[in-house]
Design a binder for this molecule. Structure first.
Ligand code: ZN
Length: 232
């Protein structure tokens, strides 16, 4: 894959196939796909998406996990109407569990397959080019440009009594629901603050100002907040 193909692809499967990172960003991608179709699922399944997000944040799933998964599987099989969207949630739950507990009964290959399936189920639930295009944008938002690595200078983080991490935390906490996307106007404010602090990295500034799809795991916000994603 060339850099241009990475930047322009509207096919999430192609981008996922190129990506070699194996960490909780796969869960964040899966959850973002579920949120694309959360208007098509019952309220109690929507709460499972929040349960998965708490798991990504580090909350242990505990004993409720098998029963939640079985309930989702039953619901999907009994309700044709919900099948694809609920199956996406079930995949996202299993991915997150697998990344949370390494001894869970899924191999790395199984998890990667489930990530692809989550995207496919979301597409099947609401088939449109924009669903796939957004999924491709989620991946770029999570992983940045693998051809041009950049990092945020730590000196920017202490500028003006920590204004930049404070804006990033606000962005992280105040997502637009139910999509879970970050507020683009706040992303613009983050870019302005970074620039005022002396950041002249065009990749960072353009990402905040010009990209319109930002989700939890966004590489700029994560860098500012010091959220690292060690490989599992
Ligand atoms: Zn972003």
């Amino acid at each position: 894959m060339t850099e241009n193909e990475w930047l322009r692809s509207e096919n999430p499967a192609t981008l996922l196939g190129f990506n070699r990172n194996y960490d909780k960003r796969l869960s964040l991608f899966a959850v973002a796909c579920c949120r694309q179709v959360c208007h098509l699922i019952p309220d109690d399944v929507r709460r499972v998406i929040e349960y998965i997000e708490r798991g990504i944040e580090g909350e242990r799933f505990g004993k409720s996990f098998p029963s939640v998964r079985e309930w989702l599987q039953r619901l999907a099989s009994e309700n044709n109407r919900y099948y694809d969207a609920v199956s996406a949630v079930e995949c996202a739950l299993s991915i997150t569990k697998a990344l949370q507990y390494r001894h869970f009964d899924l191999s790395r290959h199984d998890v990667i397959v489930l990530v692809h399936q989550t995207a496919e189920y979301a597409y099947a639930a609401a088939p449109s080019n924009s669903i796939r295009r957004c999924q491709a944008n989620f991946i770029r938002d999570l992983y940045g440009n693998p051809f041009r690595r950049c990092h945020i200078d730590s000196s920017l983080l202490t500028w003006n009594s920590g204004t930049i991490p404070s804006i990033a935390q606000q962005i992280y906490d105040k997502r637009i629901m139910p999509s879970g996307r970050f507020d683009n106007s706040l992303m613009g404010i983050l870019a302005d603050a970074l620039e005022d602090a002396g950041c002249d990295n065009a990749d960072v500034l353009n990402h905040c100002r010009n990209e319109k799809t930002h989700i939890r795991g966004c590489w700029v916000v994560s860098s500012v907040l010091g959220k690292v994603y060690p490989a599992s």
